[in-house]
Design a protein around this ligand. Structure first.
Ligand SMILES: C[S@@+](CC[C@H](N)C(=O)[O-])C[C@H]1O[C@@H](n2cnc3c(N)ncnc32)[C@H](O)[C@@H]1O
Length: 195
């Protein structure tokens, strides 16, 4: 079993300090791309829920570039909530009472055990009526893709099919971390989505 991460000041200094897992600039490119793709698909993004927002790079991009978008950022870490300004929420237990146009869950699910991740996916689905952005490294990614110096390796290892099975009950996978709620019925061309 991996050690359970403590999301304290040391954690954010370690993974968002001098050798970050990803930078504010990289997340700005990602947020910009996701927002633009939503417009391309005629899914208006007027509300965003950010789960496990950490240093709040997505929230900051939206505040600077789409200030009229309603943005709710959450985290389970008391430190992150106090330092970066999020609502204190544990996505394994918290089911939002409303839905959002875009839900962001960037680098969070692999910190949860199987029961927690299953509950989190159901809670995410309950909050979604548009796009979902998910990033969670799989066992194969941890073995073959990630930079082991900058990445937290003390996480739960799961296969891509584990995530695809559970997310696929509620969302259709588009690619590049993007999923769309099945209720949207987005008419994607065959070559716009995985087989
Ligand atoms: C790797 S950081 C990702 C931060 C941010 N999303 C990003 O990509 O920059 C993981 C974050 O997930 C949060 N987290 C872990 N378990 C959580 C849970 N059960 N509910 C909400 N947030 C959680 C942690 O507190 C931490 O801030």
């Amino acid at each position: 079993m991996p050690r359970r991460a403590t999301f304290d000041s040391e954690y954010y200094e370690r993974f968002y300090g001098d050798d970050p897992v990803h930078t504010r600039g990289k997340v700005a490119h990602l947020a910009s791309a996701v927002h633009s793709l939503a417009q391309w698909w005629d899914i208006p993004v007027q509300s965003v829920l950010d789960i496990g927002a950490g240093p709040g790079y997505w929230r900051d991009w939206y505040a600077a570039n789409q200030p009229d978008v309603e943005y709710v950022s959450t985290d389970v870490s008391e430190h992150a909530c106090a330092e970066y300004g999020h609502e204190l929420r544990d996505i394994t237990k918290w089911r939002p009472s409303r839905r959002f146009d875009l839900v962001v869950c960037h680098g969070v699910l692999h910190y949860l055990d199987a029961k927690g991740a299953e509950a989190a996916i159901e809670n995410i689905a309950a909050a979604s009526h548009g796009l979902l952005y998910v990033e969670a490294p799989t066992s194969s990614d941890l073995d073959n893709i990630v930079d082991t110096d900058s990445t937290d390796m003390s996480v739960t290892r799961r296969t891509a099919s584990w995530y695809r099975t559970r997310l696929g009950r509620r969302f259709e996978q588009i690619g590049a971390g993007l999923w769309v709620a099945r209720s949207v019925g987005l008419p994607l061309y065959e070559l716009e989505r995985p087989r």
